[in-house]
Structure formats: structure tokens, C-alpha cells
Design a protein around this ligand. Structure first.
Ligand SMILES: Cc1cc2nc3c(=O)[nH]c(=O)nc-3n(C[C@H](O)[C@H](O)[C@H](O)COP(=O)(O)OP(=O)(O)OC[C@H]3O[C@@H](n4cnc5c(N)ncnc54)[C@H](O)[C@@H]3O)c2cc1C
Length: 370
């Protein structure tokens, strides 16, 4: 029997375990595979980006951007976050209206944002094609090592007293009197819970809640490409694009990471993701169109091995399970759950301990779907 039980050992499960344990709460985390096996793992780094985020996530990002720079001190590890600044490139004149509106909105949320014309943009990114007309610039955005961060949360949780059990898959929830009293596991045993159950298993959440609700989500592996190390990497900042499916990150080892949300294929029988050659080619073509000196780029790694849950409106679903008093679930990150994780995990912890939904999480209720 444990007081608090968490299902899922990605960044969300590990961070909530840390938040609970560091408040003196008894907590156990169950992970099907190992800590950082899902979307919080894989090659490259993750963008910590406020720029062009859904307006409902901006208050969360305003909170997260105050947490990221000092997170390594909280977890007592070397630096995890690197401030690089982020550019959303504008290649079509029709995208400037949207860009101006976002600059105003993001500044209103306390996120410094600026619209750059061609000259100011070229000072920051001299190797861009002249076809790029401008950019929206967020100087405080950056990148984080997702694998190291998730492991740091898990280690800090353990040091604060949390128990972490790997290699156990939760297959169902056992209810009595309007509460979950235990989870059923693949090894035929049940793990009892007396307090809160947190379903933070990302792509695994929809199946676990399906006896109660049908979440409007689906699972998809996103593609990540890592180039051969480049002696003259032309990409100097974290770069996204307003009209191409493209994100570029300059990795510390000189490689270029090319991503942005192109899908891979999930082989359900083999339970693994495979990169799709056409999607790989399209991602590279977009990168070369924007930075012509990347022509002939060699890709060392084409990864699509990490499932993420997408939601129909591309923002997460964070809620209590209807009719069940002690379950909180969170999923549907839609490819951008990383940057807001330090904020959301504090809010989820507060929700469970104070039994009141934090105002900042209200836009993410299941009820929004009607
Ligand atoms: C390739 C890629 C690039 C991304 N880039 C960015 C980015 O640049 N910026 C950004 O903000 N976000 C990004 N994201 C999104 C972000 O990484 C995820 O939203 C975030 O890591 C989700 O964390 P999580 O803990 O919810 O899920 P996960 O890390 O997927 O962890 C869930 C865990 O639950 C376990 N599990 C599942 N089912 C069960 C079960 N039944 N029983 C027990 N355990 C179970 C899994 O094994 C897994 O370890 C990206 C995602 C991917 C895949």
C-alpha cells in the first residue's frame, strides 16, 4: 500500500514524484520500461519555447520560464537549460499579421518578444536564405537535455524518499466506492493506493482511462534527424518556421537536429517506431531551403522511436477522472509538453494536495470538448 502512486516514468511522472517526495509525501512511481523510455527520451535536445505557443499555454510558459534557469540547482545537477533565443522565421508576407498579433500577445504574458526585419535577423542568422523576410524573436527561449533532466528529477525524487519501480506495466484500475484502491499490473499483482493516483503515462493514458472516458487523442512518433557533425554549423539559435514543418537546433557536439513534428510510423507488432524515407527527405529539403549551405547534409540518425499523445485541439488534457475522487491524469501534449513540464507538475501536485484545480489548469479540462 502506498499513499501516492504515479504511473509513468517520463518527465511528468518523475517531476511529480519529486514534488510530492520533497513535501514529505509517501510516493511510489511505476514505469513499464525504464525511467525516460518514452517521449522524454531519444536523441538530441528539447526546445524550451514560449514563441508561437497556443495562447492557453502562455501563462504556463510564463511560469515555466522562471523555473528552467535554476532547475539544476533545485535538483543538484550540472546545468540542464541553455538560453539560446528562438526565432520563428517568416517566409511569406501573409504571415506578418499573425506575427504582429503574437508579438503583442506574448509580451502581454510577460514573455519578451520582438518582430525582426531582414537586417536585424541577418545579424543573428547570417546564413539564412534571402527569401526569409523576417522573424519573431524570443530571447529567453532555449533548449534542455531531456534525458538528463528526466533522470535528474527521478534521482532527486528517490533521494527525497520516493520509491521507483521499473519494468511493471499497469493494465487497469481497481475501484471501490468511487475511488481507485489499486492498479492491476502485468505480472498479475495489484498495487494498492490509499491517496492519489496520478496517470502520467502520456501515450499509455488513453487506454487506462478508457473504461470511463474516450479521450480525443491519438499516439504518434515524431521524427528527429541528427546530422553528421558540421564543422561550420550555419544555425546559431533555436529556429522554427511559421509555414514549414521545421525546427532546427544546434547540438553541443556540432550536429544539427532537424525536427518540427513530421511523423514516423509506429509498428504495433514490434512496438517500435520507424522513420519514413519521404518524411526524412522532406524535413531535410525544408532545412536546405532555409539554410542553402546545408545542401548535401548527411544524416547520421533518423529516429521515430518515441510515442507522444496528440489531442484534437493540440493542447493537453489534464483533469480528474469523472466519478472517481482520487485520480488525476495528464496527456495529449501534442509535441510540445516538454517546456511547460516544470510548471504543470507543480500545479498537478498542488491540485492533488489541496484538492482544488489550479486556475492555470482550467483551460485543459476534458469538459472543453462538450
Ligand atoms: C521527438 C519529440 C520531440 C519533441 N520536442 C519537443 C520540444 O522541442 N519541446 C517541447 O516542449 N516538447 C517536445 N516534445 C514533447 C515532450 O517531449 C513530451 O510532451 C514530454 O516528454 C512528455 O512527457 P511524459 O512524461 O508525459 O511522457 P513520456 O516521456 O512518454 O513518459 C511516459 C512513460 O509512461 C510509461 N508508460 C506508458 N504506459 C504505461 C503503463 N500502462 N504502465 C506503466 N508505465 C507506462 C512509458 O513507458 C513512458 O516511459 C517532443 C516529443 C517528441 C516525441
Amino acid at each position: 500500500m502506498t499513499r501516492n502512486l504515479i504511473v509513468g516514468g517520463g518527465v511528468y511522472g518523475a517531476a511529480v514524484a519529486f514534488e510530492l517526495a520533497s513535501r514529505g509525501e509517501e510516493v511510489r512511481l511505476i514505469e513499464a520500461d525504464c525511467i525516460r523510455a518514452g517521449a522524454s527520451a531519444g536523441p538530441g535536445s528539447r526546445g524550451v519555447r514560449a514563441n508561437y505557443r497556443d495562447y492557453r499555454e502562455l501563462p504556463l510558459m510564463a511560469m515555466a520560464r522562471t523555473l528552467w534557469p535554476g532547475l539544476h540547482e533545485t535538483l543538484d545537477v550540472p546545468a540542464l537549460f541553455e538560453r539560446t533565443g528562438q526565432l520563428i522565421l517568416l517566409e511569406r508576407s501573409m504571415d506578418f499579421g499573425n506575427a504582429e498579433a503574437r508579438v503583442a500577445l506574448q509580451n502581454r504574458h510577460g514573455i519578451p518578444t520582438e518582430l525582426l526585419g531582414q537586417d536585424a535577423l541577418r545579424e543573428r542568422e547570417p546564413d539564412l536564405t534571402p527569401a526569409i523576410l523576417g522573424a519573431v524573436w524570443c530571447p529567453d527561449d532555449g533548449v534542455a537535455d531531456h534525458s538528463a533532466t528526466t533522470l535528474a528529477f527521478a534521482n532527486a525524487a528517490t533521494a527525497a524518499g520516493a520509491e521507483i519501480s521499473e519494468g511493471i506495466t499497469v493494465t487497469g484500475l481497481v475501484t471501490r466506492g468511487g475511488r481507485v484502491v489499486a492498479v492491476a499490473c502485468d505480472q498479475g499483482k495489484e498495487i494498492e493506493v490509499s491517496g492519489s493516483l496520478f496517470l502520467l503515462a502520456n501515450s499509455g493514458v488513453p487506454a487506462l482511462v478508457s473504461p470511463w472516458i474516450n479521450l480525443p487523442t491519438w499516439n504518434l512518433p515524431f521524427q528527429v534527424l541528427l546530422s553528421h557533425p558540421l564543422p561550420d554549423n550555419p544555425v546559431r539559435h533555436l529556429v522554427g518556421h511559421a509555414s514549414r514543418t521545421l525546427s532546427l537546433k544546434r547540438e553541443k557536439d556540432g550536429r544539427l537536429m532537424i525536427s518540427g513534428g513530421r511523423p514516423g510510423h509506429w509498428d504495433h507488432e514490434a512496438d517500435k517506431g520507424i522513420a519514413i524515407p519521404q518524411e526524412v527527405a522532406a524535413n531535410i529539403a525544408d532545412a536546405v531551403a532555409v539554410y542553402p549551405s546545408l545542401e548535401g547534409l548527411e544524416v547520421d540518425i533518423a529516429d521515430a522511436g518515441h510515442l507522444e499523445a496528440d489531442s484534437v485541439d493540440a493542447i493537453p488534457i489534464i483533469d480528474r477522472l469523472p466519478g472517481i475522487k482520487n485520480v488525476l491524469y495528464a496527456t495529449g501534449w501534442s509535441g510540445h509538453g516538454w517546456a511547460i513540464a516544470p510548471a504543470i507538475t507543480k500545479l498537478i501536485t498542488a491540485w492533488a494536495l489541496e484538492d482544488a484545480r489550479p486556475q492555470l489548469l482550467a483551460p485543459f479540462s476534458f469538459g472543453r470538448f462538450g
